[in-house]
Design a protein around this ligand. Structure first.
Ligand code: B1M
Length: 210
């Protein structure tokens, strides 16, 4: 099997040490960091994302695959910076104020990073003003908010309003989480709703690269 295909397969199986080893070997063999990222790691993570969307794999498998991806990316990082591969876009992500649920948000982060996007993770219990400040500081393309509680989802309206009020006209707001629906998204004027992490990363990539 071709080394990149093997890397993709091992990543899907969540075998972090083997993935790390293969990335090192591929670099030694002279493959470019970008090719390793695109055709080995991102290709594997893309397949995991599709399977997750289709309920063929579940949260534990995704978390383990993401860990393998991170192990590979760690080896590549210095080479990618050296080669000047730029990220495809910047997302400011967080769970809204009053809400401490972060498992879904972390999946969104991993899937977005798996697509080559830079994700600024503000964590949980994030106030609207923190989203706005971070989006300005980091010149973000997207503000992405997660909420799991019906009592906290209202925070999203304030974030949408604050983005519109500030000079962030090109920034898109994406929302998601168990109680969120497309009709809620429409009712508060948010730009995008995603039902799951894989869809969120697909939409984010489209926003950033067209
Ligand atoms: Co909480 N909790 N919880 N909880 N908890 C829920 C959400 C609840 C539905 C359980 C229930 O009663 N059946 C309920 C909410 C009811 C409601 O609001 N209507 C609830 C409650 C009430 C509470 C507390 C108030 C309980 C209490 O203290 N009395 C409390 C609140 C704390 C707080 O946040 N202030 C609380 C606490 C907790 C724990 C700390 C124990 C723990 C969180 C641990 C953690 O996150 N680190 C917890 C958990 C684990 C859950 C359940 C069981 C599981 C949530 C989860 O992680 N699911 C949950 C019940 C349930 O959802 N079935 C529940 C797995 C995760 C992968 O799914 O986050 O939905 P999810 O993410 C999905 C999509 O929603 C989407 O992508 C993911 C999949 O691909 N997605 C996005 C998420 N964010 C997105 C953003 C996007 C796009 C897609 O774009 C930006």
């Amino acid at each position: 099997m071709d080394i990149l295909q093997e890397m993709s397969t091992l990543l899907q199986q969540g075998r972090a040490p083997k993935v790390k080893e293969l990335v090192e070997q591929a670099l030694e063999e002279g493959l470019s960091p970008k090719q390793i990222l695109d055709e080995g790691l991102l290709s594997g993570m893309g397949i995991v994302g599709e399977k997750f969307k289709n309920n063929e794999v579940f949260v534990p498998e995704v978390l383990i695959a993401a860990r393998a991806m991170n192990a590979g990316v760690e080896v590549l990082k210095p080479h990618l910076v050296k080669q000047g591969v730029e990220s495809k876009g910047t997302v400011v992500l967080g769970t809204v104020k009053g809400d401490l649920h972060d498992i879904g948000k972390n999946l969104v982060k991993m899937m977005m990073e798996g697509k080559g996007l830079k994700v600024i993770d503000l964590g949980v219990d994030v106030a609207p003003s923190q989203f706005i400040e971070s989006a300005k500081e980091n010149n973000a393309d997207i503000v992405a908010c997660s909420a799991l509680l019906t009592t906290t989802m209202g925070e999203m309206k304030e974030i949408v309003d604050k983005v519109k009020e500030s000079d962030l006209s090109s920034v898109k707001v994406m929302i998601g989480g168990a109680p969120i629906t497309q009709s809620y998204c429409d009712s508060i004027g948010a730009d995008y709703y995603a039902a799951d992490a894989a869809t969120a990363s697909d939409i984010a990539l489209k926003i950033c690269v067209g």
